[in-house]
Design a protein around this ligand. Structure first.
Ligand SMILES: [Zn+2]
Length: 126
């Protein structure tokens, strides 16, 4: 048994696998960051809707006046609108990241995020 040969093959395997692992890992990070932001915005949205519902109940039961309800709900609705536009910007931001992967020479779409060269013909994507 040649230990050096075993070590060498382990190192070689690691070197060959590392670019794929790196891409896989980074894509996962990008996706989780995006979905994390989306889910936190969505839970914020749910909370605001919940508050609005509570206010409505308080008005219906006579705890607050209708004028108070209008005043308080105005703020909540404003926040909801801001959240919706944030969610919309996340949705529209994602395809523009991928658009950078289209080759100017052969129009092949390289789907690797942050790729510098075309996967088909190897020309620069910068
Ligand atoms: Zn190309």
């Amino acid at each position: 048994m040649d230990i050096l040969l075993i070590l060498y093959s382990i190192v070689l395997t690691a070197l060959l696998a590392s670019p794929f692992l790196y891409i896989h890992f980074n894509q996962g990070k990008v996706l989780t960051r995006e979905s994390e932001e989306k889910s936190s915005l969505n839970s914020e949205r749910k909370m605001l809707l919940e508050n609005l519902k509570d206010l409505k109940i308080e008005m219906d039961t006579g705890k607050i006046l209708a004028s108070e309800f209008t005043e308080l709900s105005k703020d909540i609705i404003g926040d909801l609108k801001a959240l919706d536009s944030k969610l919309e910007s996340i949705k529209t931001a994602s395809p523009s990241v991928q658009r950078t992967g289209i080759c100017r020479k052969c129009s092949f779409h390289t789907t690797i995020t942050g790729a510098k060269f075309c996967a088909m013909c190897g020309s620069s994507l910068g």
